[in-house]
Design a protein around this ligand. Sequence first.
Ligand code: GDP
Length: 198
Amino acid sequence: MSRFPDARFLVSAAAPAQFPADVGVEVAFAGRSNSGKSSAINAVTQRRGLARVSKTPGRTRLLNFFELAPAKRLVDLPGYGYARTPAAERRDWTPLIEALRARASLVGLFLIVDCRRGLTAGDHGLVEWLSPAQRLHVLLSKADKLGRSQAARVLGATQAHLGGRATVQLFSALDGTGVREAQEILAAWLGDKKTPAV
Ligand code: GDP
């Protein structure tokens, strides 16, 4: 059963004024286009069509907010890294993500990185974009595409590269590798202690 049975789409924001109220907690998901971000969102939330919204034409360049539980949100950032993306469009989302970073409710970022490609310039840009107090967790996606030892090597190299700044794990939406681990981290960041808050 889904950890977030009541997850729902909230809003596609083209401007900070359209963001939901800055209360509660939220976690952003970002990654290069085709990194497997939508598949990761669907696997981690166990809500198959959730990220489909973000693939809807016209919404791919927007910040898509989902409510996973009351006052607990997931923010899906536009995929980046396509050389084809017009410069004007790329400039467009700078004020959006700057406003996102400034939100008190943003506790951290899940960065989706294709394990065969490793960290790209766009990924590094996002790592630098995060405030030091905001946490970073890297999903090395499509881990099913690598053999065990190769996957372990990529994991070790990425961990070493990011040092203490991030936690890193192997992940596959296809065969389920690391899905539970990612769910635990997301739930912990969102403050889900499985006991009623007092
Ligand atoms: P997004 O563009 O980053 O949202 O990526 P998608 O989730 O749409 O996935 C991009 C492509 O990668 C699609 O063809 C998916 O089927 C494929 N993909 C996503 N996750 C996995 C995975 O865990 N394993 C494999 N082998 N392919 C995957």
